[in-house]
Design a protein around this ligand. Sequence first.
Ligand SMILES: [Zn+2]
Length: 226
Amino acid sequence: MCNSSGKSETGNCVRKTRGRSMESKVRDNIEYTLIRSSRKTISLQLREAGEKGMIGKDRVSGEPGQTGKGDVTVIVRAPRHMALRDIDAFVERHRSWIERRTAQLAQARQNKRVISDREREEGIRAAKEQIPRRVAYFARQMGVTYGRITIREQKTRWGSCSSKGNLNFNWKLMLMPEEILDYVVVHELAHRREMNHSERFWTIVAEMLPDYRERRRRLKEWGRRV
Ligand SMILES: [Zn+2]
């Protein structure tokens, strides 16, 4: 039984179960990890290291991330009392989405370019020079302050902003078009006003970059390549 609030992804409500097909006995089962909690809706997520693609109510969304090694895990988040057969049926209804995305993720892993030591060294050098310049430019425009700027190679993030205003950027942004780097810079600086991803936060981003949605989409694409 599952009595805890179960909100965390690694909470004690996690268990592995086999999804049984309601429509066809011939098809393979889809294995998934079920997380029950006090939520009211069911959602489905595919995860591999650093990659998030979430669907709920047939909606696909997610944060940018790099693809890593390892298998794809299907994670189902469901209300505490939802019947297992209904959960199985939900997973089965999304079978083609799961299969398509799994194939895409495998493809993305193969397409990932190999970065030589020299390319990395030059990229980091370029990042240390150019990123602070873009930060200074946009901070002035947005009227915000910031602390230290650190350039790193992070596994799953393109940028971050601490509560003290210290900024972190992934040098691999240098392998992408400038509009995408600018989006990440503006995104992190917008956190100097709003430390969340609320509507107010996105309004601040949009004031600076009206086409930020397009840039964000492209960042996701590029993220799979570099
Ligand atoms: Zn953010």
